[in-house]
Design a protein around this ligand. Structure first.
Ligand SMILES: NC(=O)c1ccc[n+]([C@@H]2O[C@H](COP(=O)([O-])OP(=O)(O)OC[C@H]3O[C@@H](n4cnc5c(N)ncnc54)[C@H](OP(=O)(O)O)[C@@H]3O)[C@@H](O)[C@H]2O)c1
Length: 243
């Protein structure tokens, strides 16, 4: 499905929060997701839930066009079977490629049967880099490799509570200079809670309550945001800020 046009006012609104060169050997990290008024990002665990209006969906693809990679946790991939490509072309008619990164320590995901593979087969996106724990065996994925994807082994489970710096350092080593972290809740809560670097936070707020069975974003301890700006569209509002 093609995207609706990007609201023009979003361009100057988002600009200060887009990736810029940083004086560190790690990627610029943007944390971005859509939530309900009761801070839920899905109606139930494992259930894909559409929250964004079409114009903020276009915004997500615009943001993707400004990053080298998108990172998601394995539960998001298993629940949503997402395409994780960029369908915003800025009117150029060309395809902007962004690298999907899947954090799958126990190697639960089969790329060969996924929507992401179909997108890659159709030349509409890049094959993912799958981050697995160093202890995982049998990671052969010939299709993935032939399409330019990789299985990357890291000591993810040894220091599960404090491995985000290592993850981002590894991405930087693989020439990824900006990464858009899109979820799910486990990943978002870690990063909001200070377990890793975050340079920008961009949250779409949809006018809906998903209820107490929803997947909740709520970091372990309270966090205040700074440098806050709000944009309001037809239905959703967007918060841009820094941690
Ligand atoms: N509204 C939105 O913007 C949005 C965006 C994305 C996703 N979602 C929703 O979010 C839900 C999924 O969220 P979720 O919290 O269940 O899962 P998740 O964050 O997608 O994935 C969590 C899993 O990723 C792995 N992981 C995360 N952080 C890790 C770390 N630091 N080190 C090693 N492994 C790590 C672990 O896998 P193991 O358990 O295998 O160790 C963990 O259980 C889905 O329903 C999806 O639809 C919504």
């Amino acid at each position: 499905m093609s995207l609706v046009p990007l609201p023009e006012s979003l361009v100057p609104f988002l600009d200060p929060y887009l990736p810029k060169p940083i004086n560190e050997k790690r990627p610029f990290v943007t944390l971005t997701y859509a939530q309900s008024l009761d801070s839920r990002i899905a109606a139930q665990s494992g259930v894909q839930t559409k929250l964004s209006h079409l114009e903020t969906k276009t915004m997500t693809h615009y943001l993707r066009s400004k990053h080298d990679a998108i990172l998601v946790g394995i539960n998001t991939v298993l629940a949503d079977d997402p395409k994780l490509n960029c369908r915003y072309d800025g009117g150029s008619g060309g395809q902007i490629k962004i690298r999907p990164i899947v954090l799958d320590p126990l190697h639960k995901w089969q790329y060969s049967e996924s929507n992401l593979r179909k997108i890659c087969d159709a030349g509409q996106g890049l094959a993912p880099y799958i981050l697995v724990d160093e202890s995982v065996k049998d990671v052969e994925q010939p299709v993935l490799l032939s399409q330019g994807g990789k299985v990357v082994k890291l000591p993810l489970l040894k220091n599960r509570a404090n491995n985000w710096h290592m993850i981002f350092d590894k991405l930087y080593e693989m020439d990824i200079e900006s990464v858009m972290v899109e979820g799910g809740a486990c990943v978002i809560n870690d990063l909001l809670g200070g377990c890793g670097p975050v340079d920008s936070v961009i949250v779409t707020v949809a006018p809906v309550f998903l209820g107490e069975n929803g997947v909740q974003v709520s970091p372990k301890t309270g966090v205040s945001l700074t440098d806050v700006s709000w944009w309001t569209g037809i239905q959703d509002s967007v918060l841009c800020a820094r941690l």
